[in-house]
Design a protein around this ligand. Sequence first.
Ligand code: ADP
Ligand code: MG
Length: 312
Amino acid sequence: MAPIISIRDLTKTYDGGFEALKGVSLDIEDGEILALLGPNGAGKTTLISAVCGLVTPTSGSVSVGGHDIQHAFRAARALIGLVPQEITIEPFEKVINTVRFSRGLFGKPTDEAHIEKVLRSLSLWDKRHSRNQELSGGMKRRVLIAKALSHEPRVLFLDEPTAGVDVTLRKEMWQLVRELRGQGVTIILTTHYIEEAEEMADRIGVIDHGRLLLVEQKSQLLHQLGRKELLLELCEPLAEIPPSLAAYGLTLSEDRLHLSYAFDSHAERTGMTRLLADIAGAGLNLRDLSTHQSSLEDVFLKLVHDGRRDVA
Ligand SMILES: Nc1ncnc2c1ncn2[C@@H]1O[C@H](COP(=O)(O)OP(=O)(O)O)[C@@H](O)[C@H]1O
Ligand SMILES: [Mg+2]
């Protein structure tokens, strides 16, 4: 299937000469949740803004549903809903009018049933006659999402949907995003929270210093780069690693009570069974053992670190 969004060699140099995007290419598949993960200043908002036609790229191209964002702006933009990073809603307007108005801006005919559906799915129906300023922070964010969904876009961009939001609201947002995906909306969200990308995304793109360092299925990312560690707790402190265990590359902790063994959990042979037999053979008694999977955080920090080194 053709990607819903296709980004090719996109660069953006702002007036003043700052290169915020240095050649980004990316295809976004219909129906996926893609998280663009990167630190502040990485270029996430610039990338989203260029895809939505709000920032003119210096070079490169973007097409949305086959429409070029620059040459066929209206057709391309109609397929996109954008929830910006900053809360921008008219304080005195009523919720329902805010959403109706937004639909009108896209030249879509009135459809009260759709507006009702959107407001209900965001738990805003009971608040439809409230003024925006009377709403809590979490509700205001939901109004922004309702606005973005008012014209029935196929793709929804959420720019840092949970920045500065408390834990409860963050979890609500995650739930909401899953429900939207369930309704067939393609979702691209930016975040600098690794946990959020790990929790939400089907695919994760890591962006830093205007470059897309990688984009990969989340499971694949953890699979490829994730390593597992087997931690063995000994009954008695060990003076040194016995020569019969030298081949395993074990490390002994400072308290001399823990041995750790790094392995690839997807390899045909992890070496674990033999290691445990050799440990017994060396006369070591175990009190406990556990395994630990590298988190996306480990992977991300490594990538950003290595990426910086490459660029420098
Ligand atoms: N209008 C602008 N003019 C000049 N520089 C900008 C402008 N907007 C963003 N930048 C710079 O581009 C870089 C990327 O910004 P941005 O895309 O907002 O990053 P992110 O959303 O990942 O935090 C930052 O260094 C920022 O200061
Ligand atoms: Mg941003």
